[in-house]
Write a protein that binds this ligand. Sequence first.
Ligand SMILES: Nc1ncnc2c1ncn2[C@@H]1O[C@H](COP(=O)(O)OP(=O)(O)OP(=O)(O)O)[C@@H](O)[C@H]1O
Ligand SMILES: [Mg+2]
Length: 359
Amino acid sequence: MAESIAATAGGQAAGTPGSGTDPGSEDSLIRALRPRNFGEYVGQGNVISSLKVAVQAAKQRAEAVDHVLFHGPPGLGKTTLAHIIAREMGVKLTHTSGPALERPVDMVGLLSNLEAGEVLFIDEIHRLSHAVEEYLYSAMEDFVVDFVTGKGAYSRTLSFPLKRFTLVGATTRAGMLSAPLRDRFGMVYHLDYYSPEELTRVVVRSAQILEVKIEMDGAAEIARRSRGVPRVANRLLRRVRDYAEVHGKGVATLPISRKALEIEGVDELGLDRLDRQYLSTLAVQYRGGPAGIEAIAATINEDSQTLVDVVEPFLLKIGFIIRTPQGRKATPEGLSHLGVDGSANADADADRKQGKLGI
Ligand SMILES: Nc1ncnc2c1ncn2[C@@H]1O[C@H](COP(=O)(O)OP(=O)(O)OP(=O)(O)O)[C@@H](O)[C@H]1O
Ligand SMILES: [Mg+2]
């Protein structure tokens, strides 16, 4: 397999396993857990079936795979899939990200260095500047980059041919992609949250790699509290492993997992401290809402992007909050999870309607 990771514009390089980092460090453990091929990838059945066909067909034709866009919340496996595509094709992957490509020349440099069939992975592709993005259009569609030289009547457009490459884009914000860019991807996949059963498989697989002894109900408990996200499942497994080594003879049983997750501040539904802080701010300070995201972010002193990308998608999915044109609102289910009386919210609503509350 020729998959490797090339140098990255803007220094976003992701190291290869064994690239000088301590083999026992958290970083190298995280890398070791990343599935390397379709067979190791748990869940997202429809996406995987479709990608397998695309890869197989491209190999048979000795062509590059069509451009692929992955979108969905953080930690669901977008970057992992980009690497798997390259590995399954047996080609090199060049990893970069939207903010790292500051100038058109960065983009042109990367594109012109790609060999036939290679994968260019652009993470956070929604953060490409407009000027840089424009170079991608002809690169993706016609495999050329167009330069304009000179000015006014003397200007000329020069076209440089590129090899047929595969662009893999990843974003947590599909809505922020421009239509011309989005339309140039031959395959667009939304990654959804994983089921507890799928996450149990992720946990068991990771436990094997990390050589953690884990009981099935211990694994299921971690999975149940991982809010549908493999990255969270792997993180919680590492915390449970620490706790089991110190307090539990090294075996991650159900009681050990529960205790470790409680100490981590992860509740039975998988909400962590930040999730609960968000919810309680909305419920108490803003009386259930509606409240604007910037106001909530300022109140809890957290970056609004993090709240939108990480916290809100899960709270929306489990029906604890809703988005309205006026702002975010906590639902009765969200309020009762916090032990806040929903009727206070209803009273506040009624008061607001009568103009009693100045919010
Ligand atoms: N389907 C899966 N099976 C097993 N493990 C997975 C799977 N998807 C993701 N993981 C694990 O979760 C971690 C996070 O995945 P990845 O980095 O690919 O997420 P991402 O979608 O790119 O997140 P971000 O939006 O934050 O970049 C990986 O290191 C991997 O160990
Ligand atoms: Mg990623």
